[in-house]
Design a binder for this molecule. Structure first.
Ligand code: PGA
Ligand code: MG
Length: 216
């Protein structure tokens, strides 16, 4: 049976508003002024610990504060990852179509598993996925292939397509290797032309057709 595995932030859900808000709540506890959304977006992609490190470096917060700040934002974000986020248009319908067509669906994200599952649940998408691999589910994060191979193993034998929004996702897919579809409306940091991909798309209505062709 074929599987389609999805990245989460910037692919299924426009989750930056809640990441941005969580960063600013963390900064507020340190007496720091707010950070703009574009800057926070540029720090997203390599998981929550890296985001905290990047925010701390930008604000010259001493590295010794890392464990405390990371634990604090994780506890906060765990239950507040879905206050302002929105599912990209057409996602639910595309996923239901794929499932009805016999595909097994999974998520492989660098977001920690707790807030990832909370977000998927609040967005009404959690029931569609047989596996969710988070950034803290394995000892490596994307672009290392381990999270993706872990998701693939959980879904079982068959062709696999990974769908993501960034150069990190493309690198993870290439490292496995599996085919990669690039969603162009997310948080990538480099031009589409510089990201290796089988196919790119900007709207989820196009996905069923893309999957049919890619996995046939
Ligand atoms: O948490 C991040 O930094 C990115 O998450 P993603 O892998 O779902 O895009
Ligand atoms: Mg992403």
């Amino acid at each position: 049976m074929a599987s389609v595995i999805f990245d989460l932030d910037g692919t299924l859900v426009d989750s930056l508003p809640d990441i941005h808000a969580a960063v600013n709540r963390m900064l507020a506890t340190e007496g720091q002024y707010e950070m703009d959304r574009e800057t926070v977006q540029s720090f997203v992609g390599n998981g929550l610990p890296k985001l905290v490190e990047r925010v701390m470096a930008a604000r010259r917060i001493a590295p010794v504060e890392f464990e405390r700040l990371h634990a604090g934002i994780l506890a906060d974000y765990e239950t507040r990852s879905a206050e302002f986020s929105v599912v990209y248009p057409g996602v639910r319908a595309a996923l239901e179509w794929l499932q009805a067509d016999g595909m097994r669906l999974g998520v492989c994200t660098n977001k920690p598993k707790g807030p990832a599952v909370h977000l998927l649940t609040e967005m009404g998408l959690a029931d569609l996925f047989e596996v969710v691999v988070g950034g803290d589910s394995t000892r490596e994060k994307k672009p290392h292939p381990l999270p993706l191979t872990t998701a693939i193993e959980a879904l079982g034998e068959g062709a696999v397509l990974y769908v993501g929004d960034s150069e990190i996702d493309a690198a993870a897919a290439a490292a496995v290797p599996v085919e990669f579809a690039l969603f162009t409306k997310g948080y990538r940091k480099v031009p589409v032309a510089e990201i290796p991909h089988l196919v790119s798309f900007d709207y989820f209505q196009k996905l069923p057709d893309i999957v049919r062709k890619a996995l046939s």
